[in-house]
Design a protein around this ligand. Structure first.
Ligand code: PEP
Ligand code: MG
Length: 326
């Protein structure tokens, strides 16, 4: 079985009936890129840029960021690198950043909200990303935790400002760099049809989408038993996002932990997720499972699953389906 997994790791992830999906890796640090490629990742679907800001005593300057992003895109070229802008706050704290006194940090001043608040930090990062985009033209940009159209427009407006600044300074960047938005807050799912025309791709962040849609703190062990990726509400949210994205003709990726869990492959395939992005170690197994699946079967299976009322029930039928593969 291990041999079989290694055989498919560096092949395209195509189902038995010819449906092609992309399998990419999530990374937190530059050093993980080589490993991700070895595991067979076809790009970086999520680079969590905040970790570079967290593992140091001071705030990095533009040139330091530029060098990091340039090295990453060079290592990965010609495949895509999806740079997610700073997702700081809540559980992701930096030493140089004052700890805020917030009763509910997960609902607090974090991520894109923090960036739109501390604009200089955000602008510095956007400049560095844009500059790096010129080198191999394989950079994509993605905004996290967007809760609605207003925030997306504002973030895009700042990006445009930075573009114009660079143009004035005659600093090159990729004018066609794709821009995407994470769908990880339930309100973003509800207005996905309004977000779609503004972006080149969606990337569903199920880690937070589960937390916010079920009202379950993803880091709280007391309620961990209620953190259910297969909750019918979560599946409906994923389905709605994919359907809206498909209708608008944009790519829909999924970059939460769900994408790397082999058990969920038939469901995510059946829901027509275009791109799976996961921790690098999961790539070979997930790719192998995709290569052994039939899209037709997954579609039929999902139609059945979407009528089920509890995660337990869905889990039981899923285990039956997936054990056939192992
Ligand atoms: C997510 O929320 O699913 C996600 C991919 O982002 P993070 O885990 O970094 O919050
Ligand atoms: Mg998230």
């Amino acid at each position: 079985y291990l041999q079989e997994i290694n055989r498919t790791a560096h092949l395209p992830a195509r189902t038995m009936d010819g449906h092609l999906v992309k399998v990419e890796a999530n990374i937190e640090l530059l050093e993980e890129v080589v490993g991700a490629k070895d595991f067979g990742a076809e790009g970086i679907g999520l680079y969590r840029t905040e970790f570079f800001f967290m593992n140091r005593a001071d705030l990095p300057d533009e040139d330091t960021l530029f060098r990091e992003y340039r090295d990453l895109s060079e290592l990965m070229a010609p495949q895509w690198v999806t740079m997610r802008t700073l997702d700081l706050g809540a559980e992701k704290l930096a030493t140089w950043y004052p700890r805020l006194d917030e009763p509910n940090p997960a609902l607090g001043l974090r991520s894109i909200r923090l960036c739109l608040h501390y604009r200089e930090i955000f602008k510095t990062q956007l400049r560095a990303i844009l500059r790096a985009s010129a080198v191999c033209r394989n950079t994509r940009l993605m905004f996290p935790m967007v809760s609605g159209l207003g925030e997306l427009i504002e973030a895009k407006r700042m990006l445009q400002e930075v573009r114009e600044e660079l143009q004035r300074e005659r600093i090159p960047f990729d004018e066609r760099m794709p821009v995407g938005v994470m769908i990880e807050v339930p309100s973003a799912v509800a207005v996905a049809d309004m977000l779609a025309p503004e972006v080149d791709f969606f990337s569903i962040g199920t880690n937070d989408l589960i937390q916010y849609s079920l009202g379950i703190d993803r880091a709280n062990e007391h309620v961990a038993y209620l953190y259910e990726p297969l909750h019918p509400a979560v599946l409906r949210f994923i389905k709605h996002t994919v359907d809206v994205g498909r209708k608008a003709g944009i790519e829909v990726a999924l970059c939460g932990e769900m994408a790397g869990e082999p058990l969920y492959v038939p469901i995510l395939l059946g829901l027509k997720v275009n791109t799976f992005s996961m921790n690098p170690q999961s790539v070979p197994r997930v790719k192998n499972l995709i290569c052994r699946s039939y899209m037709k079967e997954c579609t039929r299976f999902v139609n059945k699953v979407l009528r089920m009322g509890t995660a337990d029930e869905i889990n039981r039928v899923l285990e039956k389906v997936v054990t056939r593969y192992f």
